[in-house]
Design a protein around this ligand. Structure first.
Ligand code: HEC
Ligand code: HEC
Length: 150
């Protein structure tokens, strides 16, 4: 019991000590790729890589993979009132635009209720679907999909 108290006091003294040094140092500048732009404003960050040209759908690597976006999405806005993706991919518009229609899973909420419109958890398409740039992979990857269930 006594030992625990001593240890706790020691730990407190040590952490206090560390705390004081951190305050004395200059604060570390942490900056994301967005820079210091307010969250409600578009960041004017140039993309260092070029988006791939529009092309045919990209083969999936595993079952349930959100398919990669085979076209540029530059300037395609998704916000509370408007979703550019749905102007082509919704069940209403896919025929006239020639796009794949979003699957039925996209209408299901987490309680498995099926809605007439895209479920909130599937509304922000780019949470799961990403377009591609021609870049060397950062790490080697030897993943191979199972042949039969792709
Ligand atoms: C101007 C129309 C248009 C808009 C807007 C659009 N797409 Fe597409 N999208 C297409 C077309 C056309 C295809 C290719 C269909 C084909 O060739 O089979 C496609 C393909 C895709 C695919 C591949 C589907 C598959 O089965 O492999 C995904 C994923 C996708 N788009 C996501 C998006 C997302 C996310 C957005 C919004 C950020 C978006 N698209 C906006 C027209 C559009
Ligand atoms: C939470 C992740 C997630 C979000 C958000 C999401 N998708 Fe998907 N999407 C998937 C997955 C996983 C699949 C493949 C399995 C399936 O069809 O559910 C898929 C499949 C698709 C397909 C191919 C359908 C087919 O029949 O092959 C299209 C097109 C698509 N999504 C477009 C969209 C669009 C447009 C949005 C935004 C309105 C969107 N997705 C939002 C995960 C997501």
């Amino acid at each position: 019991m006594k030992k625990t108290v001593v240890m706790a006091t020691l730990a407190a003294i040590i952490s206090l000590g560390i705390g004081t040094t951190a305050v004395a140092d200059e604060p570390v500048e942490v900056s994301s790729l967005r820079g210091h732009n307010p969250i409600d404003q578009d960041a004017d960050v140039p993309n260092p890589k070029r988006w791939q040209r529009d092309r045919a759908p990209i083969e999936r690597d595993y079952v349930q993979q959100p398919p990669l976006i085979p076209h540029s999405i530059e300037g395609y806005n998704i916000n509370r009132k408007f979703n550019k993706c749905l102007t082509c991919h919704s069940w209403k518009n896919y025929k006239s635009s020639g796009a794949t229609k979003i699957s039925q899973t996209h209408f299901e909420d987490r309680d498995r209720n099926v809605h007439a419109n895209v479920a909130a958890r599937r509304y922000f398409c780019t949470q799961c679907h990403v377009s591609q740039v021609d870049a060397e992979p950062l790490v080697e990857n030897t993943f191979k999909p199972v042949e039969y269930i792709r």
